[in-house]
Write a protein that binds this ligand. Sequence first.
Ligand code: HPA
Length: 230
Amino acid sequence: MTPHINAKKGEIAKTVIMPGDPLRAKFIAENYLEDYQLVSNVRGIDVYTGFYKEKKLTIMASGMGIPSMGIYSYELFKFYEVDNIIRIGSCGSYDAKINLYDLILVTESYSQSNYANEQNGSNDKIIKSDDYLNAKIEENINNKYFKGKIYCSEAFYKERAYQEFAEAGCLGVEMETFALFHNAKVFNKKAACLLTVSDSLVTKEKTSSREREQNFTEMIEIALNTVVNL
Ligand code: HPA
C-alpha cells in the first residue's frame, strides 16, 4: 500500500494502461477485461486488474496533469514494481494537418514544467518515450497515425499563444507525459503514450465528451493488443 493506492503488492500487473479519466478506466475494465478485480479505490481512482486475451494487466487512471501522473506513476514503478505504463489520452492539435480523432504516438515530451528538476534535479526539458514499447504499439495500429513530439502543459486555459510550441516541433498538447516519461527514466522502466486528438488549437473545433468516448475505443484496443504481445 502507498499513500494513494491501497492494492496489495502483487495485485497490480507488470503492465498498466493509464487513461486520464477514472470513468474511462472503469469502462475499459467492464468492457474488455475478464476476471477483473477492483484492487484499489483511493480518491475515486479505481484500479482494475484482470485479463485480456489471457494476459494479466491493470487499468488505472492518472488523473489530470503532471503532479497527478507524477504521483501515480512513481508509486506504480517504485512500490508495485510495474515495468511498463502505456498512457492513452486526449490532446489538442497544433497542426492544421492533424484533425479531430487522429491518433498520435508520442516519441518525446517537451515541457517547461519544473517537475523533473524538482523531482531529482534533472534539467531535462525533452524526455523520450520507450522505443521498444513504441514499436510494439505500432505493430497494432492499422490506420493512419502521426508520430512525434508533444508539448506537455501545466495550464489548460492559456492566454499565451501556442505557436511557439508548434514552432518547437510539437504536434499538439496534453498534460501528463512529462511526468510519466521522467519517472520511467528515473526507475529505468518503460513508458509510452498514444493520444487521440480531442480539439484543435488551429481550427478551434472540439469533440463532445460523448464523441470522445466512442473514439477512444480504437486507442483502447491498440493498447490492449500491445500488452498481449509484450
Ligand atoms: N490542452 C491541454 N491538454 C489537452 C488539450 C488541450 O487543448 N486537449 C486535450 N488535452
